[in-house]
Structures are given as C-alpha cells and as structure tokens.
Design a protein around this ligand. Structure first.
Ligand SMILES: NC(=O)c1ccc[n+]([C@@H]2O[C@H](COP(=O)([O-])OP(=O)(O)OC[C@H]3O[C@@H](n4cnc5c(N)ncnc54)[C@H](OP(=O)(O)O)[C@@H]3O)[C@@H](O)[C@H]2O)c1
Length: 320
C-alpha cells in the first residue's frame, strides 16, 4: 500500500523536526517545505529513513509551486510562525496572508485535512500585532477550508526549544532576572513530543473541523517557571519585579537587537494568561492528555547549564 503523504510547511522548526520523526516512523511520507534547502537540508534529512522524507524549497509565496506540492498529499500541516517582526508587516504576511493562501489552495485541491498551528492566550488580546495576526490567520483558514483543525498550544518546551534553553542561558549568566507583571502570568507548558502526538492522532484518526487548545498537565506562573529552571541548573538569582514603565523601556531597547530577548509586542502579550479559555476544547477533552512533566523533562537536559556544563559560564573543559 502507498504511504500517505503529509505536506509540512515550517518543517525545520522545533515542532517540525519532532513531527517528521513521529510521522515517518509510523509509515507516513512527509514532504517537508523549507525556505532554504541547503541551510536546513542536513537538519531535515537526519529526521527520517530514506524514502519517507522529501524536501522542497519555497522562498516566496509561489502559488504555482504550492499547487504542485499539494498534488498528491492527503493532509497539509502549517507550522510556520514568527515571534517578532524583522520588518513591519511580517506578522500579517506570515500569520495571516500565508495561511490564507495555502488554505485556499488546499481547499481547491480537495485535500482531506488541513491542520494549522496558532497560539493559546491570544483570544482576548486586542493590542498585540502578533495576536491579531494569528487570529486573522485562524479566521481566514476557517473561511477557506471548511473542516480545518486549528491547534492553539501553550508554550512548547524540549531540549531544542527557544524557551527553557534561552532562559537557562540567561539565568546562568545574569545575576538578576527581571519579572514582568510580577511574574504572575500563567502558562501550561506542553512538551513537544506530547504536542506532536496530538497532531499525529488528529491526522491518523482523520479528525476534522475543530479548534483545539493544547496544554501540558501543570499550571505554572512565569515566576515558578524561572524558579524551576534555576533549581534545575543549581543557581541562585535575584528575581526582581520590574515596574511596567521600566519594562516597556527595556523592551524598546531589546528590540533593537536581531534576536531580541523581549519586544514591546511580546510584553503586551505577556499580560494575558496562557491557559485554556473555556471557549474551545482542549487535548484533554478529546482524550489525548499530555504525559510529560515540566520539571522532570527539564532536568534531563539542564546539565548543559550547570557549573561545568557546555553552556555554563564556568566550563570544566573548554575547547573554545
Ligand atoms: N514553540 C512554541 O512555544 C509555540 C507556542 C505556541 C504556538 N506556536 C506555533 O507553533 C508553530 C510551530 O512552532 P515552532 O516552535 O516549531 O516554530 P519555529 O521553530 O520558530 O519556526 C517554524 C518554522 O517557520 C519557518 N519560518 C520562520 N520564519 C519564517 C519566515 N519569515 N518566512 C517563512 N517561514 C518562516 C522556519 O522554517 P524554514 O527556515 O525551514 O523555512 C521555521 O523552521 C508556529 O506557528 C508557532 O507560532 C509555537
């Protein structure tokens, strides 16, 4: 029997890499789309056995190329997303215009399933461009593709994330950690393998037409998350609540840098809790709970930031 083909946009990211492994191990064929096949090819190629993975390059929103990519696929999964804009209008382009385009083509091509990754914690937000662009994208998809599945995860963590690893790097170097909104914003971090499992079940069981909030099994405030990370890397730091005007000023400063620690837009978003809204179903409601615990998982890879670890200030062995 021919393997089912899954087309994945944004396949080289954190979720994408884990997703390729899960699907190809379970006999699906993945067509992984990236903007730069030379730069990302080596990351993608190692995720699957030969024959189960095909790489495609898409540098612009080339409708003809997208149509060709969708020719034989059963399902399309969109994982493309950005956390900050390098140019004004990029949020709209990436989070609204691109999903609008591919969902339209997927509908024309009569693709069986369309799955899109949006975000949790954006529904009440009216002042963040990130949130507004993600919500616009969700609405455009619903207009274009009747049975689309919209997935809204809380923070996704793993040994190759941009969240726990980034904060452990900062905590291992800085003496003081600023807390925005007193560190009270709530999150339900979900391990990438649990999220990928949910996406896999949706495709494998042919589930359609839903908006699903995806969360881990524990609720933590931002301060609690920082405390767990500090405990895990065996460091003590001053956690300093930062007054909002100062937080705004620091975000203004940080966003000058190419890979900013915090932007003004993210600061606005951070005001809102990142937990289920009660409006939509969650992964628990459809019987796919998350199993991995935050602290236990972080403890598996935090050794890199402990004294003597590769990313610690004081390395035992320094090859550099
Ligand atoms: N990670 C989280 O904590 C989290 C939480 C909530 C929601 N989400 C959503 O889940 C999805 C997947 O998350 P992720 O963590 O896997 O994302 P990621 O690693 O940051 O990025 C996913 C991929 O998007 C592509 N991409 C980035 N900038 C782009 C641009 N300007 N134009 C076109 N493509 C671009 C990249 O692929 P190439 O470089 O190969 O082209 C990248 O590998 C995203 O939509 C994200 O918003 C993530």
């Amino acid at each position: 029997m021919k393997n089912k083909e899954i087309l994945v946009f944004g396949a080289s990211g954190q979720v994408g890499r884990h997703l390729i492994r899960k699907f190809t191990k379970n006999n699906y064929k993945v067509i992984a789309v990236t903007r730069n096949i030379h730069q990302k090819g080596y990351i993608l190629k190692t995720q699957a056995n030969p024959g189960y993975l095909e790489l495609r390059e898409l540098k612009t929103f080339d409708e003809k190329k997208i149509r060709e990519m969708m020719e034989n696929c059963e399902a399309c999964i969109n994982l493309i997303g950005i956390l900050y804009e390098k140019k004004k209008g990029h949020f709209d382009l990436i989070h609204s215009k691109f999903p609008e385009l591919i969902s339209k083509i997927a509908s024309e091509k009569k693709i069986n399933q369309f799955v899109h990754l949006s975000s949790l914690g954006i529904d009440k937000v009216e002042n963040s461009i990130y949130a507004l662009s993600k919500k616009k994208g969700e609405n455009k998809i619903k207009e274009n593709f009747n049975n689309a599945v919209l997935i809204k995860p809380s923070i996704v963590f793993s040994q190759d994330d941009k969240f726990t690893t980034k904060f452990m790097s900062l905590l291992s170097k800085l003496p003081i950690m600023p807390l925005y909104y007193n560190g009270s914003t709530k999150f339900m971090p979900i391990h990438v393998s649990d999220l990928v499992n949910i996406i896999f079940e949706i495709i494998d069981k042919n589930l359609k037409n839903m908006t699903l909030e995806c969360v881990g099994s524990e609720i933590f405030s931002f301060k609690e998350i920082i405390e767990i990370l500090l405990k895990s890397i065996e460091k003590k730091r001053i956690l300093l609540p930062m007054p909002l005007p100062l937080a705004k000023l620091s975000a203004k400063f940080f966003q000058i840098f190419p890979n900013p620690l915090l932007t003004e837009d993210q600061l606005k978003l951070l005001y809102y809790d990142n937990i289920p809204t009660g409006i939509f179903k969650t992964n628990n409601d459809i019987g796919i709970p998350s199993h991995k615990k935050f602290e236990a998982e972080v403890n598996k890879y935090s050794y890199n930031w402990k004294k003597g670890g590769q990313f610690s200030k004081k390395k035992f062995v320094n090859y550099e």
